[in-house]
Structure formats: C-alpha cells, structure tokens
Write a protein of this length. Structure first.
Length: 251
C-alpha cells in the first residue's frame, strides 16, 4: 500500500509540474485563429503561383511562336478544359481562378471569367461571349496558316461588316440565331464549334460596355490533360458597344 501511495504521489507531482505548464503554454483562441489565417494566406499564395505556371504554354510552344509574338496585338495562351478545372466533379483539380482557366479575354489579356471574357473551352468545343446579352460568332477556316488570315479573307469580311445589335431584345435574337448556326458564302458561323488542332478560326466577340473585336486564332496543340494551346492575333477593334435595354426588336 505504501508503495502504491508513493507511486500515486509521484505521478501527481509530475502532473502538477508538467501539466500546469502545458495548459499555461497553450495558445489562446485568438492566436489559433491568427495561425489559421496565416496558413490560409500562404496556401492561397502557393496555389496562385502554381496556377499561373499551370496556365502557361510550354517553353517549347513559346520558342516556336517567339517571332510571331514580336508582332503587335498577338498572344499565345493555354485554355484549360472547364469540365476538369472548373467542375465540382473533380474537386482535387478545381482551380481557385474563377472559371478554372477555361476562359480568356483578348482585350484584357486575362483568364479569369467575367473580365471581358470572349472565348472559352468546354467539352472539346470553343465558345464565344456567353454572359447576359453579350454574343458573338466563330468560324473554322481549316488548316490555314494564321499569318494568312487577314481582313481580306472572305470569312473575315463577313465578321468585319456585320452590324451588331444595338438593343437587348435584338441581341438575344442574334445570340439564338448564331447559336443555331448561320452559313454565309459556304462558311458556318456559330457561337460554339469543335476545337480542332492545326485549324485556324476567326471570331467576333461583342461584349457590351466592354469590347467589340475580330480575332483570328489557331489551335496549335492539345496537351495530355485536354488543354489547348492557342496562338492569336487581333484583326480589328471597334468602339465600345453600348446596349439599349428597353427597345423592342423590329418585326
């Protein structure tokens, strides 16, 4: 009994010596919250750095188009497939960037959805201007070198001369019309077309209160994750379009 009592007293002494110090040194809830915030901030910075690298075309792509990129109003981008990088079906791959790097604005040179977005990639298809009354159309020119796509091209001429809608009801009519597809002189113009490697395209994107442009681009490569490398050049820029929202469409 004496031995048990002595052991118990010794254990209590150790608890008193170390246990109290442990409780005394435990961080406060405020300190724990600060630690959580710090960890989140660092994690966000790390993820943003990785996302920027993920969006870049490869060094080989950049070297291939180095001379092309010295020209004004040109670029080389990577569009990520939305069904992977902006989908809750793949939470482990979902990016923090709004839109998952699947979109691009040729005027803002930004891949975050909503900043004058003009093109996107989803389910292997290219989509043009999709928010609100904004609309546009894209045509596939086939395996034509991007350098040969200019304002004198017959498919480009239609887009350049096209008179955009100036009121919301008519803009929505035009969105539906090009959604179904419009064929002019043998060229099909739609709001959505398959993205085909080594094919060149021309598009017009009308984003009200933001931009109205004609752009030529070429899908130069498809990567292992389904992302597309796209070289592009701006052909024409119009004054900022404005939209009357109360006018009824003409009969």
């Amino acid at each position: 009994m004496k031995r048990i009592l002595t052991s118990t007293l010794f254990s209590l002494s150790l608890f008193a010596l170390f246990g109290v110090n442990t409780f005394a040194q435990s961080p406060s809830r405020e300190e724990l919250l600060r630690q959580v915030e710090t960890k989140h901030e660092q994690l966000l910075k790390d993820l943003q750095k990785i996302e920027k690298q993920l969006l870049l075309p490869s060094e080989e792509d950049q070297l291939t188009y180095a001379e092309f990129l010295t020209q004004p109003d040109t670029g080389l981008i990577r569009l990520l497939p939305r069904e992977i990088y902006d989908s809750y079906a793949h939470p482990e791959k979902r990016l923090g960037l709004r839109g998952g790097g699947s979109y691009y604005s040729f005027t803002e040179r930004n891949q975050e959805y909503g900043n004058g977005t003009q093109i996107g990639l989803e389910q292997g298809s290219l989509l043009v201007c999709f928010a609100g009354a904004n609309y546009g159309m894209v045509a596939n020119l086939g395996d034509v070198p991007l350098e040969e796509v200019a304002l004198g091209n017959s498919a480009v001429k239609f887009l350049v001369s096209y008179e955009r809608a100036d009121n919301e009801p008519l803009a929505r009519v035009e969105y539906r019309r090009f959604g179904s597809g419009v064929t002019v002189n043998g060229t099909l113009y739609k709001t959505r077309l398959p993205a085909i490697v080594n094919n060149s395209y021309v598009m017009r994107g009308i984003s009200y209160s933001n931009s109205d442009i004609v752009v030529a681009f070429r899908v130069v490569r498809k990567d292992s994750d389904g992302s597309m490398i796209v070289a592009w050049k701006l052909l024409k820029k119009y004054p900022t379009p404005e939209l009357a929202r109360t006018t009824e469409p003409a009969n």
